[in-house]
Design a protein around this ligand. Structure first.
Ligand SMILES: Nc1ncnc2c1ncn2[C@@H]1O[C@H](COP(=O)(O)OP(=O)(O)OP(=O)(O)O)[C@@H](O)[C@H]1O
Ligand SMILES: O=C(O)c1ccc[n+]([C@@H]2O[C@H](COP(=O)([O-])O)[C@@H](O)[C@H]2O)c1
Length: 203
C-alpha cells in the first residue's frame, strides 16, 4: 500500500477458498476494480472456509496459487489476514482486522452472485456492512435474488459484466479425470497443480 497507510484509498477485498484460483476469479476482480474505481484488489484466501463441508487443499497450496495467478497485475495483492488467524475464517473478523490496521481506507467486499445471495446468512452481516460496501458480480446460472434493504443499500452490481461459467469444483473434477485445465487457470497455476499433483483422484 503506497499512500500513507491507505489514506482515502479504495481497496477491494476478495475472499475465497481459491481451490484453485481460476480465470473466473481474476475476471471478477478485474471488473470490480474497474467498475468500483478501486486502487487495489486484495485477494484473501481463507484458512478454514466457514461454510464448506468438503475438505479443501492445504492453505499453503491455495496461497501459493493465488500468488502465482496475480503476480503480473500491478494492482492485485495477496493478503494473509485470514491465513494467520486460527479458526474458521469469518469475514466479520477480517473486515474488523483490516479496518483496525488501515482506519483511513475505504473497503469494498467483492462477491460473486452465489455469495451475494448468501449474505443475509453470513455471521454478523450487520457488523460487516458497517465497515464495507459490497460490489457484486453476476455469475452464470445464478440470478441476483431479492436482498433485504440493509444489504441492497450497500450493494453495487458490476454493470455489463463479462461472466465465465467456471468454478473450482469443475476444475478439480476435470483435473481428477485427467482432462485438460489449460486456459481455465493461469498457466503458472496449471503447472503448480500438475507438479504438486493436487487434484489427482480427488474430485
Ligand atoms: N465464475 C465465477 N463468476 C463469478 N464469481 C465467481 C466465479 N467463480 C467464483 N466466484 C466468486 O469468487 C468467490 C470465491 O469463490 P470460491 O473460491 O469458492 O470459488 P468457486 O469456483 O465458487 O469454488 P467451488 O466450486 O469450490 O465452490 C465467491 O464470491 C464466488 O461467488
Ligand atoms: O463470514 C461468513 O459467515 C461467511 C460465510 C460464507 C462465505 N464467507 C466468505 O466468502 C468468501 C467466498 O466463500 P467461498 O467458500 O465460496 O470461497 C470467503 O472469503 C469466505 O470466507 C464468509
Amino acid at each position: 500500500m503506497s499512500r500513507e497507510r491507505g489514506m482515502n484509498m479504495r481497496i477491494g477485498i476478495f475472499g475465497g477458498t481459491f481451490d484453485p484460483i481460476h480465470m473466473g476469479h481474476l475476471l471478477v476482480a478485474e471488473q470490480a476494480r474497474e467498475a468500483g474505481g478501486l486502487d487495489e484488489v486484495w485477494f484473501i484466501p481463507n484458512a478454514e472456509p466457514p461454510h464448506k463441508e468438503a475438505p479443501v487443499s492445504a492453505p499453503h497450496h491455495r496461497e501459493r496459487m493465488v500468488e502465482l495467478a496475480i503476480a503480473d497485475h500491478p494492482r492485485f495483492r495477496l493478503s494473509r489476514v485470514e491465513l494467520v488467524r486460527p479458526g474458521p475464517s469469518y469475514t466479520v473478523d477480517t473486515v474488523k482486522d483490516l479496518k483496525k490496521a488501515y482506519p483511513q481506507t475505504h473497503f469494498f467486499l467483492i462477491v460473486g452472485a452465489d455469495m451475494m445471495n448468501d449474505l443475509p446468512r453470513w455471521y454478523k452481516i450487520e457488523e460487516i456492512l458497517q465497515v464495507v460496501q459490497v460490489i457484486g458480480h453476476l455469475r452464470p446460472g445464478v440470478a441476483a435474488g431479492d436482498l433485504p434493504p440493509f444489504i441492497a443499500s450497500r450493494l453495487t452490481l458490476v454493470e455489463d459484466a463479462v461472466t465465465l461459467d467456471l468454478s473450482s469444483t469443475d476444475i478439480r473434477k476435470r483435473a481428477a479425470a485427467g482432462k485438460s485445465i489449460r486456459y481455465l487457470v493461469p498457466e503458472k497455476v496449471r503447472r503448480y497443480i500438475e507438479e504438486n499433483r493436487l487434484y489427482e483422484n480427488k474430485p
